[in-house]
Design a protein around this ligand. Structure first.
Ligand SMILES: *Cc1c(COP(=O)(O)O)cnc(C)c1O
Length: 378
């Protein structure tokens, strides 16, 4: 069986986790959390990095910080994970879905302006497959209409747009350390980065159950108390220790994934040249992190057949994202603005191939061969 995903494990995790559980502080913001925070602040060049329990929670924190109210509107692609929408729907917002671009599967930046109303509060670009959205256009719109920008960079750690790390361009960036992402904190985990300094202090409070405990620990206030709404969004230090084991090898993990990515790309070129499949497109000004390799086939029927063929050969190929606007909750909580020209049809043609740190060349060879075999018999 060739799994679709194997959580990365570079070998340092055990050592750091053991060190963490023997330390006097194993809850949030312990020594490993601090190391990770510093690493992100340096690596990404952001004002503030705060580890969270998940990317979902980092998105929820962003929605709380920009004070999303009942009836506010939030613009995002429909082709994304449910958390992108849930975080804002939880605060009573209406989700306004906009079509994607067929080349990158990212939100079509040219369709955003038509979706803006007096109720619009925030744009949420999702950097699909760790490939940057057209942030220059999105930031210019945000500026023109005084909107916030929350980058869902769940898949985008170590990727950049015009040399700027993904997640550092909008007011906030959110990342995931779920086991399916490039770096994991041992299953579940996330990160909120704050690029707009006016939110830093309140972010610490919201993350610490609405208390000023973070300032208290730094000796800035002499007692801590309940000062705002909040929840418990801190990652525990053992998870941060696990993550730390991977951050010190961040480049190695990225290079390994990119090598496999390129292998797929070159290996499938012939089928693409024959017009049988389409390969992913990475705009020249975007640097990617090898998070995902997908191909697009003719249509839904062919996708179903190819998936079945690969699964029968024990290859864990998958598809994902039923567009949110067509899901039961999406119908209730959102609306699609403009024409659904690409979201549905492109999502139905997409197949993700196994890609993870340490994918064996022989396994990859078998996957490539199997795709060629399918098109020989098809
Ligand atoms: C994985 C993912 C999330 C959710 O991340 P969690 O850490 O599992 O909460 C949100 N958005 C996108 C685009 C994702 O890929």
């Amino acid at each position: 069986m060739i799994d679709f995903n194997k959580p990365p494990l570079v070998g340092n995790e055990e050592k750091y986790v053991l060190e963490s559980i023997k330390s006097p502080k194993i809850s949030g913001d312990g020594q490993f959390s601090k190391r990770c925070h510093r690493w992100f602040e340096e690596q990404l060049g952001c004002k503030k990095a705060l580890l969270t329990t998940s990317c979902t929670h980092a998105l929820e924190m962003a929605a709380l910080l920009i004070d999303i109210q009942e009836g506010d509107e939030v613009i995002m692609p429909s082709y994304t994970f449910v958390s992108t929408a849930n975080a804002f729907a939880l605060r009573g917002a209406k989700i306004v879905f906009v079509d994607i671009r067929p080349d990158t599967m990212n939100i079509d930046e040219t369709k955003i302006e038509a979706a803006i109303t007096p109720k619009t509060k925030v744009i949420v670009p999702v950097h699909y497959a760790g490939v940057g959205c057209e942030m220059d256009t999105i930031m210019a719109l945000a500026d023109k209409y005084h909107l916030f920008v929350v980058e869902d960079a769940a898949q985008g750690m170590m990727s950049s747009y015009k040399e700027k790390p993904l997640g550092t361009i909008g007011d906030f960036g959110t990342f995931s350390f779920h086991e399916t992402k490039n770096y994991t904190s041992g299953g579940e985990g996330g990160l909120l980065i704050i690029n707009n300094e006016r939110f830093t202090e309140r972010a610490e409070i919201i993350r610490e159950k609405g208390t000023n405990r973070s300032a208290f620990f730094r000796g800035m206030v002499d007692k801590y108390s309940w000062v705002d709404i909040g929840s418990s969004y801190l990652m525990n230090d053992m998870s941060a220790a696990y993550l730390w084991g991977q951050l010190v090898e961040a480049e190695k993990i990225k290079e390994n994934r990119l090598k496999s990515w390129k292998n797929y790309y070159e290996g499938l070129q012939d089928l693409a040249d024959k017009g049988l499949i389409e390969l992913p497109i990475i705009p020249e000004h975007c640097e990617q992190n090898g998070h995902m390799f997908y191909i697009k086939v003719k249509d839904l029927k062919e996708r179903t057949a190819l998936l079945e063929y690969l699964n029968q050969r024990d290859i864990g190929a998958v598809f994902h994202y039923i567009p949110l606007h067509s899901a039961p909750a999406g119908l209730k909580l959102g609306r699609f603005e403009g024409e659904d020209r690409y979201t549905t049809v492109e999502s139905e043609r997409l197949i993700r191939l196994p890609l993870y740190y340490g994918l064996k060349p022989a396994d990859q060879e078998f996957i490539l061969q199997s795709i060629y075999d399918f098109y020989k018999t098809a």
